[in-house]
Design a protein around this ligand. Sequence first.
Ligand code: F6R
Length: 366
Amino acid sequence: ELGPYAHFMQKEIHEQPRALTDTVEALIDDGAFSTQLFGQDAEEVLSQVDSVLILAAGTSYYAGLTAKYWLESIAKLPTNVEIASEYRYRQSVPNPRQLIVTISQSGETLDTMEALKHAKSLGQHLTLAICNVQESAIPRASRLVFYTRAGAEIGVASTKAFTTQLMGLFMLAATIAKLRGQLGSEQEQEYLDSVRLLPGSVQYALNLEPQIREWANAFAPRYHALFLGRGIHYPIALEGALKLKEISYIHAEAYPAGELKHGPLALVDQYMPVVVIAPNDSLLEKVKSNMQEVRARGGELFVFADADSNFTGSDGVHVIRTPRHVGVLSPILHTIPVQMLAYHVALLKGTDVDKPRNLAKSVTVE
Ligand code: F6R
């Protein structure tokens, strides 16, 4: 079953070009962002929506945090993202016109299911599930469903489920934008082209594995690591830190790079490797000055840049460049290297990559 791979996690990381291609198949066949992608009732439901609340756990929650940027910038819909187990026990202000989006690979996560039930009990009935397992509990309890087509994910750590969730959420943002008259046809074509090209770009990113394996040597002996990103890449830093924690057992934290000077900079010394997600976007210059703050305290920098970032490595600054700049889909592309980094650090540490201690694939308890 594993083919040439040593673990399911490695196999599933490498399946991402295929998983993404399958997930966008209907979109590419239609050649347009259509509400049909989200089910029969989608036009009726989505046209009533005035805002979005995303509910999820773990890595799926980070997909939600990323989607907030797309939903607000592309669809112009106010979006909140909340950890499912927090939302369900909090007194919130219900809004019947808010779209409740649950994100769950398994479709069985109890925290997320209970959050959905809680939303419905408050009169919030415009519900959409983004899910990888057909006919599981969460999509069955939702009016609209978008199935990611990652295929069975066996490794406990979510990999291809996450990147396909992101793809589904991007499609949602573009579809709602179109419905609300916010998406011009030129922009739509541009997004379709980006979606079409992404699986190939992900394949290129997978080819960086030998370089990332080298980097892993610098992390395996350490007890802590920091991950930095800004804007839409901050959730990808969070995901990188979670992957490293759960499979290599190294303590890792993610910060929006601008927050560094407000506290965590005190942790930085020569024993603190710092990963930076630094593609070329409007925040790149800001990220570069945050990197100098780290370097000045002796922190070693490991930078994931992209083709357009115009970076060169120097003493204590290591750079790996993803081969293409993929614009609005950049968070999906930059997930690939952080997954591979966690995987190779875990290999060096000899942990049980596919079944990390204390964790279960599907968390059906509270
Ligand atoms: C991390 C991981 C978990 C899950 C979380 C939600 O790699 O796999 O954080 O993302 O337990 O699971 P689902 O998406 O099945 O609801």
